[in-house]
Design a protein. Structure first.
Length: 336
């Protein structure tokens, strides 16, 4: 393990000011530096006994049987993910943010307010990506319940029936309100703690959607395409990381307008037609980008689809000239 180049500043060590009582440092969300990440608690990992050996390249050392995350890797991961999300959004695609921990629900809701992107904060519904047609029917059911409530349907119900109606609406709204405007599959997914969001990560892998993970020392980094090693339990740590990722999303929206890329509108087609890119499941193979791919991603990330050859479709295959079948020879009459 490498040693720290500066003294360790934990949450228990409060800063002292002249003539003032000790106060907890408040990190600056717009400042991406080692000190800002330390103030947010992003360097604190899990206990040594809970660690995943695959996280060793992202661990600086251990103190008091707690792993300390190398914040240089954290900053490198944030910059790569920010650049990647900018290009994804600029190409006309959306991003899905997933974080269902109880302490992160308010943080995930800010994704909608700032960047108008989709999010899941309460519970991941199985089949959200792999069976989106059924999820779309449930979203239509939610809109139907809201329309009935606006039209005064509750006034025609008894007190018990009205309570059941509102309870059903709250449950459907809680599960689907973050993705109710997601009319197509996202171009990327940001996951806080892939170990907890295992179902979401597996569905994204099956549909070929890149995964950006905020990974603690007890997670498996191999399930993510881009890794951001950091404390995934602290609210300030996750908020700071999401703040920088959302800045990349906003930059991508600005580039989308400059390039004239249309916003996604309408409903998701029931049957995918010709020329529409279809996500394919990924079967085995290494998913983490190698060093050369990461260096290329630092400069420019472009998602290109293989163009179809219109000449091959327009020119039909030459048909073989039809030849007439030879007439059957008439058998010679036998001599009488």
């Amino acid at each position: 393990m490498r040693s720290l180049t500066r003294p360790f500043l934990g949450h228990s060590q409060a800063r002292l000011t002249l003539g003032a009582a000790p106060v907890n440092p408040v990190p600056n969300m717009s400042d991406l530096s080692v000190q800002a990440l330390i103030d947010a608690g992003a360097h604190i990992g899990c206990r040594v006994g809970r660690w995943n050996p695959k996280m060793e390249p992202y661990i600086l050392e251990s103190r008091n049987r707690i792993h300390i995350i190398d914040l240089r890797e954290t900053i490198r991961g944030i910059l790569r993910a920010r650049h990647f999300l900018r290009e994804i959004v600029a190409s006309g695609q959306d991003v899905l943010f997933v974080g269902t921990k109880a302490q992160l629900r308010g943080t995930m809701a800010a994704v909608k307010e700032k960047a108008e992107m989709h999010f899941v904060e309460d519970r991941w519904i199985g089949g959200t990506l792999t069976n989106y047609e059924v999820i779309g029917s449930r979203i239509a059911y939610l809109e139907e319940l809201e329309k009935k409530e606006q039209e005064g349907f509750l006034e025609t119900l008894t007190k018990k029936e009205g309570s059941r109606f509102l309870r059903e609406k709250r449950k459907v709204f809680r599960n689907l309100h973050g993705i109710r405007h997601m009319v197509r599959l996202p171009g990327a997914m940001v996951v806080v703690d892939p170990r907890v969001e295992g179902n979401a990560v597996r569905e994204a892998q099956r549909m070929g959607i890149p995964v950006i993970g905020v990974v603690d020392t007890d997670c498996d980094p191999d399930v993510c395409d881009l890794v951001i090693p950091a404390n995934d339990d602290a609210i300030r740590s996750v908020s700071m990381i999401l703040e920088h990722l959302l800045d990349g999303v906003l930059e991508g929206r600005r580039l989308r307008k400059e390039r004239g890329v249309a916003e996604p509108k309408g409903e998701m087609p029931a049957a995918v037609g010709k020329g529409v890119p279809v996500p394919r499941p990924r079967r085995g193979g290494a998913r983490r980008p190698n060093r050369k791919q990461l260096e290329t991603a630092d400069r420019q990330v472009e998602i290109q689809a293989l163009p179809e050859d219109p000449a091959a479709e327009a020119a039909p295959a030459p048909e073989a000239p039809a030849t007439e079948a030879p007439a059957a020879e008439k058998p010679a009459d036998s001599a009488e």
